[in-house]
Design a protein. Sequence first.
Length: 577
Amino acid sequence: MSLQEPSSSSKHLEDSSLSRESQSPEEYGSSTSKSTMDYEPQASPVQYDAGLQDEVDCDVLSKIESDVNLSRELSRKLTNAYAVEQDTDKSAPLLPMGNGRPYPPPAPDREQYIVAFDGPNDPLFPQNWPTGKKIRMCLLIGLNAFCVAFGSAVFSPAIPYISAQYGVINVVSTLSVSLFVIGFATGPVVWAPLSELYGRKPVLFVSSLGFMLFSFAVATAQDIQTIMICRFFTGAIGSGPMVVVPAGFADMFGSGSRGIAITIFGMTIFCGPLLAPIIGAFIAKSYLGWRWIEYILGMLGAAGFVSVFFYEETHHPIILVNKAVTLRRRTGNWMIQAPHEEVTLSIKEICEKNITRPLKMLFTEPILLLISIYTAFIYGILYLFLTAYPLVFNKGYHMTEGVAELPYFGLIIGQLLGGAFLIWYEISYNRKIERLGIKRTPEARLVPSIVGGIAFPIGLLWFCWSGHYAHKVHWIVPTLSGLFSGFGLITIFNQCLNYLVDAYLVFAASAMAANTFLRSSFGACFPLFAGYMFEAMGINWAGLLIGLFAASLIPLPIIFYFYGERIRHKSKYAFVY
């Protein structure tokens, strides 16, 4: 089992460490950065020996984190320590110890001071936590994810009120939604690497605090510029849960149960923006006014912020850091440390070597790029519905504000049906694995997305063509199309997300950040041109164009189902099972 099969063993590491005792300060300084690495792992995928899996399907991360060398390798990959060491100036002389003292020799057996998990069944390991505790942690971080997803669309019913109050056209007011979603695109690029370096909890803490404060800032803003700026920062700073939550699920759940957890996360991401316009519309047209949309959002954010205090860190390297801190304090032995503590990075190094990782992965990993394009299109359609549904039901069927948003329940019910289908698939697939003893692969996650890929264009075309003839077709007909559209949305998005988490297990947060960046860019742009497109082409022909594009993406999961494993073997970041 290895992250990368090295040419050196732990014995070699000991010998190289001992050999430095006789080195001069200059030699010592030039060799310190190589103390644990004589090889460069970035040219090959992260690997482990599948034959070492237990019959109970103990997740491979527990095996990695229980081994000192593999745990160190994982931390160095997460911190991008190799690139930092290559760029470190080794020609400069070492700083003196002080008072004329010589440099002390390295510890003769450094490995005995490195902490690791106490085997695959260590209770500290998040995947071994009691089910009740896992559910509690999921609810705490899920609340933050729902708040952010809900906040992205809840402001859309306020658009006509803002246009009237500040004398701007609707497309300018629509930026209040688009800028929030653009914030989704920029924030995760920063939050994901930071969560891999410092843990999930600090990121959630800062993100939820920023989301709460900027939501209240929008509610009290006195001009359109302040509204736009604060909406952007609400999305950018508040977007932390969008990448931390799926990564946290990967921390807590093995491959057998992770799919169900990600399914529930996906439903919060999609149901939030669909419930939001219904609630927002009734608030905006009531005596409370549009500002109370943001006041209530800020209160939800405050609840999410408080929930972070009860959340326990799930990032495995950081748990080992906390364990090392406890042992140092209890024993007084300050040589005890975790693998994650072996590399310290400056702010400049974090920005240069880690913040850019999600974007680098997005444009160099074909699996990540193409799957992200598919999910980005699906996500864009979700926000396009925020324009399409009012056009059909408000203008076409002459429903009043608030009532015109109720047909979103068709999409919500479709997503609930899709979620139930995904949970059934995960349970039946896990039973099949146990019964036949076959190998579990990330590509198996894609099967439901193929079904959803067929259902989604059907629902899209059904909605647009029936909605175009509102004077002839009963309103229930386009509403029922949401059963197919919602089913397709959740099954495509969820299983693609599951696939990325499984395929980039070690770098799940960075993969999610790259995916969130692209899909949020689509989600921000689609509402801006949707109104013009539907008015110029007609709802029916615009729907045909979008439906045909959706149909053209159906082969993507099929291709990766058959060739994904081969592609992962050639990847620098993917996990090879």
